[in-house]
Design a protein around this ligand. Sequence first.
Ligand code: PK2
Ligand code: ZN
Length: 371
Amino acid sequence: MFSFKVLKKDPKTRARLGLLKTFHNAVETPVFMPVGTLATVKTMSPEELKELGAEIILSNTYHLYLRPGEQLIAKAGGLHKFMNWDRAILTDSGGFQVFSLGPLRTITEEGVTFKSHIDGSTHFMSPEKAVKIQEALGSDIAMVFDECAPYPADYSYAREAMLRTHRWAKRCKEVHQREDQVQFGIIQGSTYADLRVESAKYLTELDFPGYAIGGLSVGEPKPLMYEMLEVLEPHLPADKPRYLMGVGSPDALIEGVIRGIDMFDCVLPTRIARNGTVFTKYGKLVVRNAIFKEDFRPIEEDCQCYTCRNYSRAYIRHLLHNDEVLGIRLTTIHNLHFLINLMREIKKAIREDRLLSFAWEFLQNYEQGKE
Ligand SMILES: CNc1nc2c(CCNCC3CCCCC3)c3nc(N)[nH]c(=O)c3cc2[nH]1
Ligand SMILES: [Zn+2]
């Protein structure tokens, strides 16, 4: 079964504490979901992810369809078995990737024809195909096939893309069969308040068990993203989970929670780790930088992660400088711990009715380092 329950609402903001029950496990929200594009959260084993407190991870229809193919994964017994992950998996539908990765593509009512970013071969993806692929993968939560309009998009294009995405969402709902998988709708409408409300109303009518907010974190100024969340919040079902796609940095996570978001995903922690950048409570730090050559302190003095309890900046910089694989594993562990731990502290603050003061203090410190 799948269920979502609001356990507590923050008295001063739109934040809420929730319990998301998936077919594999129960997840406390607000939750940060690490991204595992090719059926792995890069350099992390499932045991290490559990050690870090990851309860639900993301994977992707587009990437897995191209390589190794959803049929192979189905033969392996599904994505959970294939990657030895027995907790929840949410798969994105590939909509975003087809539009952002595929160099050339043509959109029709039917679907999207695109060229693989791997070998340039031509492929076709439709709402029906995206549903079938995600059913073969066996994720707990499958996203509908949508179009994420680029930013900026003029009003008429944003509206046309939104209406087509609504028709695609309906088609996804109609062909969905897998009982142990739920579909989330994705709200579009670019940065136009009236389109956002129209999209929320239309998709709420389709009665999905959860709703994602798409079309944001695509280059628009953060205040504009937050404004769209404020516009949307009153029009979202209060008893269903809200997932802000592709967000985000520590400050965006806090700003999103305050505006009623329950679920987040972002490639940042793993991606910046690979180029030697780590999160700290005073902003980002490029530990690969030569200034850390003889800095024998941990990345963060009071961080309880495996990396900070055992290694120095000097050692990590040495590893990164020599392309030693352990280096990006250690920065990845720290970054994932940082975001998962931040969500833990946010949940604690909501429980203790002190979210705003926690948020204010965190943002004060974090912006000191100016992200
Ligand atoms: C980064 N900003 C952003 N991401 C968006 C994403 C992707 C969210 N992350 C998915 C992971 C990406 C790496 C592989 C595994 C899945 C969006 N996805 C969809 N379907 N629609 C959006 O409007 C949509 C909008 C997004 N905005
Ligand atoms: Zn650490």
